[in-house]
Design a binder for this molecule. Structure first.
Ligand SMILES: Nc1ncnc2c1ncn2[C@@H]1O[C@H](COP(=O)(O)OP(=O)(O)OP(=O)(O)O)[C@@H](O)[C@H]1O
Ligand SMILES: [Mg+2]
Length: 271
């Protein structure tokens, strides 16, 4: 068995807009599929508002799926090919108790916000990759969730449409208080989120908290995550700068921990 994620600990507060970045194969989509209860973890726990998601079945699971809107990376996981765009968006609303005319009005409203007017009666196969992605976002938002999980929502989009989506996510978060976890390769997108986590080889390695002073990911301001076993992973930028680094000397200096590059051959000098 291949462990796609290991020792990963992530908490999202209500109302936060969080991004996850990392190389291909790092485990980003796996993490989203686990949080959304699409897949079950072989070990570990997922909690939502004080409840253990892994144990959800039947009614609990249905409620969870209504509270958490998900847009997976592959449109085939989000859309039903035999249904048109409107039907796809209205499908998750079937347990909402809303009248059909209200559901339709809401679906059209979502399409308008996502720049998809006029595509209501198309089938997903008659849409471009970017349009399928945007319909997938509409499906994820259909039940007015409290948490939105979105995997590469702008992966197939041109720069202008990416801006529309970034602004829309920003509005959902700022004005409607929606908590959002977005996986993205887009630096512009990551830049407007509160916190950016980096995931590498199935582990969260560093994160960056955005502030007015440091809107860009500034490598001097990255926070390195230490797991429960004391493991940490030095950022690529550090490894690039210290090419020969094989070990570090750990020095505790009052409340600071210093990592000093250590070379075996210098041992006698160090004594
Ligand atoms: N169904 C599966 N069975 C076995 N291994 C899988 C499966 N899905 C993903 N993996 C493996 O798990 C690891 C993480 O995959 P994942 O799809 O989460 O990566 P990712 O970070 O989303 O990458 P990308 O940026 O390319 O979307 C990869 O090594 C991948 O090959
Ligand atoms: Mg992925």
């Amino acid at each position: 068995m291949f462990p796609a994620l290991r020792g990963l600990d992530l908490a999202i507060n209500k109302g936060q807009l969080i991004s996850i970045i990392g190389p291909s194969g790092a485990g980003k989509s796996t993490l989203l599929r686990l949080i959304s209860a699409f897949d079950q973890p072989s070990s570990g726990e997922i909690w939502f508002e004080g409840k253990l998601v892994n144990r959800f079945t039947g009614k609990n699971l249905l409620e969870y799926r209504q509270n958490v809107g998900v847009m997976y990376q592959d449109p085939r996981d989000n859309l039903i090919w035999s249904l048109n765009v409107l039907q796809n968006i209205m499908l998750p609303m079937r347990y909402s108790g809303k009248f059909p005319w209200h559901q339709k009005e809401q679906a059209i409203d979502l399409l308008t916000h996502l720049g998809l007017e006029g595509k209501e009666y198309r089938k997903p196969s008659q849409l471009s990759g970017g349009e399928q992605q945007r319909v997938s976002i509409a499906v994820a938002l259909a039940n007015e969730p409290t948490l939105l999980l979105a995997d590469e929502p702008t992966g197939e989009l041109d720069s202008l449409t990416t801006t529309v989506i970034i602004d829309y996510f920003s509005m959902l978060n700022q004005d409607l208080g929606l908590s959002i976890l977005v996986v993205t390769h887009d630096k512009r997108f990551a830049k407007m989120t509160d916190k950016t986590f980096k995931i590498q080889d199935g582990r969260l390695t560093t994160y960056h908290v955005r502030s007015k002073e440091t809107p860009d990911i500034d490598y001097d301001e990255q926070i390195v995550i230490v797991d429960s076993q004391g493991n940490l992973r030095l950022p690529h930028e550090v490894m690039r700068q210290f090419k020969e680094l094989k070990s570090v000397k750990v020095k505790i200096n009052d409340k600071r921990i210093e990592l000093i590059p250590f070379h075996e051959r210098n041992r006698s000098k160090e004594k």
